[in-house]
Design a protein around this ligand. Structure first.
Ligand SMILES: [Mg+2]
Length: 298
């Protein structure tokens, strides 16, 4: 629980998962354990921000031993573990979905469009455009497992969507997607293309959710509107992380196989890690937090 009489955390860490805190291939995070432990000892909240579902992230954050809020489905939902946050954060409701066994459940902010509306919209788009589109809601776990390469247990968690409908569409060129983009925009939605799937979702991104969570923390310590809000660190490796990096006091691009030469022009204080995944995460976090601590004591 946030103790209003205690001093605010020195930083807030907002982090992507795949390819950032988690290894791109193995999904492991062993190389980040030192920095995670440093954050825990120094009461620095580590806020996971991913395109994964609440169900997937609730499992992960417990394995990572994290008690901070987390952000699912590219900013669609924000969840506060009730074992940490006894009182409902303003504007939240109890998560309708049962938490994991032994969990006290979650408080939920919905920033995205409810899933039932997305499913209807995709079905309308298929009919009106005459395209063959197939969404997660029309696939069984075996098919999702086959398409994602996830084991069936994980595919089951990935299928528990709340704010984003992944779908397949056999378009040949980016132009083939144009009618889809137009049709989604007419409905107040958007289509974002990822590695394996296209996604139908509301107009939200990781950056909106980060801003909401940061201002919530500042309000807890009566820092809202002050010149010195809690400094934010954001880490990511992909374009869907850039809205977070743009807002952060300490933006960190984790090394990956892709290059983003224009990003440094947009974000002059961008730090790039010399290592990929959790090893890069570890080095960046320890560097930023230790340097800040030395400055504070100097
Ligand atoms: Mg990533």
């Amino acid at each position: 629980m946030v103790d209003r009489n205690s001093s605010p955390p020195s930083h807030l860490v907002f982090t992507d998962l795949d390819g950032t805190l988690l290894d791109h291939r193995t999904y492991g995070w062993k190389e980040a354990l030192a920095a995670l432990e440093y954050c825990r000892k120094n009461s620095v909240p580590v806020i996971l921000v991913s395109s994964k579902t609440r169900a997937e992230m609730d499992v992960l954050r417990r394995e990572l031993n994290l008690s901070a809020p987390f952000v699912s489905e590219n900013g669609g939902g924000v969840f506060f573990p009730r074992e940490t946050f006894r009182d409902a954060p303003t504007g939240s409701s109890p998560s309708e979905n049962k938490g994991l066994e032994g969990s006290e459940g979650l408080w939920q902010w919905s920033l995205g469009i409810p899933y039932a509306r997305l499913i209807r919209a995709l079905s309308d788009m298929r009919k009106s455009l005459g395209l063959s589109l197939k969404g997660f809601s029309e696939m069984d776990v075996a098919e999702i497992s086959r398409l994602t390469g996830l084991h069936e247990t994980s595919a089951h968690l990935a299928a528990m969507r709340e704010y984003d409908e992944p779908f397949i569409f056999e378009g040949e060129t980016p132009d083939d997607l144009k009618p889809l983009h137009e049709s989604a925009a007419e409905k107040g939605l958007m289509v974002v293309s990822g590695g394996r799937f296209h996604h139908l979702m509301g107009n939200h991104h990781k950056g909106n959710a980060m801003a909401r969570v940061a201002s919530w923390y500042n309000a807890q310590y009566h820092l809202e509107g002050h010149s010195d809000p809690i400094p934010t660190i954001a880490l990511g490796d992909s374009p869907n992380d850039f809205p977070m990096l743009l807002r952060a006091d300490f933006p960190v691009l984790i090394l990956s196989e892709r290059n983003f030469p224009d990003l440094e022009k947009k974000i002059p204080n961008l730090k790039k890690t010399p290592y990929p995944g959790p090893k890069g995460w570890n080095a960046a976090i320890l560097n930023i937090l230790r340097t800040s601590k030395e400055k504070a004591h100097a």
